[in-house]
Design a protein around this ligand. Structure first.
Ligand code: UTP
Ligand code: MN
Length: 619
């Protein structure tokens, strides 16, 4: 698979775009206000099935995930590819010198993990050195069956146990370092990373061991250390126990997400197998990617204290930055509600007793876990509950504070019935009599947000987004069309694709729609009007001003130049893709496939040159 395809496949265009545009469901697709021009009614569509987007409004732009980032961030194809690759966790670097060895290398690292898993597991079950670890697990009510099912292990208190075991099997020191089993001080020798620890092999959904979590058995050192990021291990997209849980998640069409390794073990042990652990964070967007394929019903086991803190500390601003490019946790509250809307998911919350995690609950009384799960509530109700707990309804200040916390959540609810339900609920919670004040607060917040979005930021954005050097051919061509209405007929070959600058695209589309200059002007916002006046004021040489034949020829020449530029742009994109692919060690057949897919062939460019040349002769 080519890197471009891989990056696109691992990117969900709906998620990507909803980081910039507030999308609403529209049949099987999504729509919103186009981020590339200002409009009042949504004409910007996202098609999840095709993984494409298109604006049916003024700018008429469209494309895939890469072109979206190109337009949004005003970057070129290569940069956009980098942004998305990083976001999707796809490496653009060459992983090994020979293409065949890329796959081979991963395979070998997984083999090493497999071998050492068996080794540590064996030590835990049978060795003298593992005795303390066996006791520790028994104290924590982890059965031998569970130890075996999860292949828990013990890493001895030595600097070279893993090395001594693996090197004679033909693996190199470099490979052990690469897979994170050993570590090394600058210039020094490498030594075992995991020493005197309980080992938790972390598997991918197919059960291949990609990395380890390792728990200290006393308080003398860091409680957990984990494998570093490697070619095969990325903590932020891994979910502990996913391989064991997946069949059950599918069967029940629901997943419970806990935080800790020990929580997952305790629950699997008592038969709750649709359970995975997020390993410390409150769930990242990349982890959601993994469960999304299995179910859309997500139940989060949240520590009551942490959840309370979220409600009080996290402002709407922090939450707005949800689903960041980096694997940040999906911020709770409105971040999750937004996520729920976008994915069409159902997110519920299990409120844990203060200070307890699921492992402690289960060990106190297994049946109380069942009750907690039954009492799980939709994320919105849970958020309302946490706020209500802290609320003094006789205080006007408290009421406005509650509104401030909960309005951002209400705003994320796209379904009108659910929206109305929670508006009512909030009005009742605040003892406001009816929902009037809540609705009022919502619309004035929307007004303020809109003003913030459209006025200063909007102009700033369009200015910042404008390339520093405007393309002279595009300007020249548009100026001709705008100043000489008789050229309209000669512009049939010209399409919006010929313009790279988004404001030129919009002007061109508006010009196509409206013959009349006044009508055209009425469609433009201030920034574009300014540009329009500039183009209308552009001066042409006398030959163009006076001769309509010369003008037509000039336009024809312009169109060919734009065509050539378009071809070059596409060609450059293809070259970048090829370079990245080569850098990554793509095979010859993949490369030639990519080459064939080139949208613009050298042949097309050649034809344009011929046409341009022959025009020169006849001119
Ligand atoms: P906890 O501290 O709640 O651990 O951290 P736990 O799993 O309940 O372990 P016990 O019950 O104290 O033995 C939750 C998870 O956060 C990650 C681990 O995945 C852990 O299971 N974590 C925690 C780390 O990765 N590093 C740490 O230093 C601490
Ligand atoms: Mn615990």
């Amino acid at each position: 698979m080519s890197v471009v395809t891989e990056v696109k496949e691992r990117t969900d265009i709906v998620e990507l775009i909803s980081e910039h545009v507030s999308l609403q469901k529209s049949g099987r697709n999504f729509k919103g206000l186009c981020p590339f021009h200002s409009e009042k009614h949504p004409s910007f569509f996202v098609y999840p099935e095709q993984q494409t987007w298109h604006c049916f409004g003024a700018c008429g732009t469209g494309g895939d995930a890469i072109s979206f980032v190109m337009q949004m961030e005003q970057v070129d194809f290569g940069q956009a590819l980098h942004v998305l690759a990083e976001r999707a966790g796809v490496s653009l670097q060459r992983a090994a010198p020979q293409p065949r060895e890329v796959a081979g290398e991963e395979e070998r690292l997984l083999q090493i993990n497999e071998a050492v898993t068996e080794y540590y597991h064996h030590l835990l079950l049978t060795s003298r050195a593992g005795e303390a670890a066996r006791h520790y697990l028994a104290d924590r009510n982890i059965s031998v069956d569970t130890i075996k099912a999860f292949r828990l292990g013990f890493s001895p208190d030595r600097w070279d146990a893993a090395k001594d075991y693996l090197l004679p099997k033909g693996y190199s020191e470099a490979e052990l370092l690469q897979v994170g089993l050993t570590t090394q001080k600058e210039g020094g020798n490498s030594y075992d990373r995991f020493r005197n620890r309980l080992m938790f092999p972390i598997c991918d959904i197919e059960g291949r061991v990609t990395g380890f979590g390792a728990r200290a058995m006393d308080e003398s050192s860091a409680k957990y250390i984990n494998s570093p990021q490697t070619t095969v291990f990325d903590k932020s997209s891994s979910l502990y126990a996913i391989d064991k849980a997946a069949p059950e998640i599918r069967k029940r069409n629901s997943v419970i997400i806990v935080e800790g390794y020990m929580d997952a073990l305790a629950l699997h042990q008592i038969g709750w197998r649709a359970v995975v652990a997020s390993m410390g964070t409150s769930m990242t967007a990349r982890q959601a990617e993994v469960t999304k394929k299995l179910t859309k019903n997500i139940v989060l086991a949240l520590d009551a204290d942490a959840a309370g803190e979220q409600a009080t500390l996290r402002g709407a601003e922090v939450l707005a930055a949800s689903l960041d490019k980096k694997p940040t946790p999906i911020p709770l509250w409105s971040g999750l509600v937004k996520y729920e809307s976008v994915l069409d998911a159902d997110i519920r919350v299990i409120g844990l007793p203060p200070g307890e995690d699921p492992d402690q609950v289960v060990n106190r009384d297994a049946s109380s876990w069942q009750k907690l799960v039954e009492q799980a509530v939709p994320i919105l109700d849970f958020a309302f509950g946490v706020v209500a707990d802290k609320l003094d309804t006789s205080s006007a200040k408290d009421k406005s504070l509650a509104i401030e916390k909960l309005l951002p959540l209400l705003e994320e609810i796209k379904d009108p019935i659910r929206h109305a339900h929670y508006v009512d609920k909030l009005a009742r919670l605040l003892k406001l009599g009816d929902s009037g004040p809540v609705l009022q607060a919502l619309s004035s917040k929307a007004r303020i947000d809109r003003r913030r979005r459209t006025t200063p930021q909007r102009t700033e954005r369009s200015r910042a987004a404008r390339p520093l050097v405007s393309d002279p051919t595009e300007e020249y061509c548009l100026a001709l069309l705008l100043q000489y209405p008789d050229l309209r007929e000669g512009a049939g070959e010209l399409s919006v694709e010929h313009f790279a600058q988004s404001e030129h695209r919009e002007l061109f589309n508006r010009w196509k729609e409206h013959q009349d200059m006044a009508a055209l002007q009425s469609q433009l916002d201030a920034g574009l009007l300014e540009h329009l006046y500039y183009l209308i004021g552009k001066d042409f040489p006398p030959a163009i001003r006076e001769g309509d034949k010369a003008r037509r020829l000039d336009l024809g020449d312009c169109i060919l130049r734009l065509q050539e530029k378009l071809c070059r742009r596409l060609e450059a994109e293809k070259q970048t893709a090829l370079e990245v692919e080569r850098g990554r060690g793509g095979t010859e057949s993949e490369l030639s496939k990519l080459d064939e897919q080139g949208i613009c062939s050298g042949q097309q460019l050649h034809e344009i040159f011929v046409r341009r040349g022959s025009r020169r002769w006849t001119q």
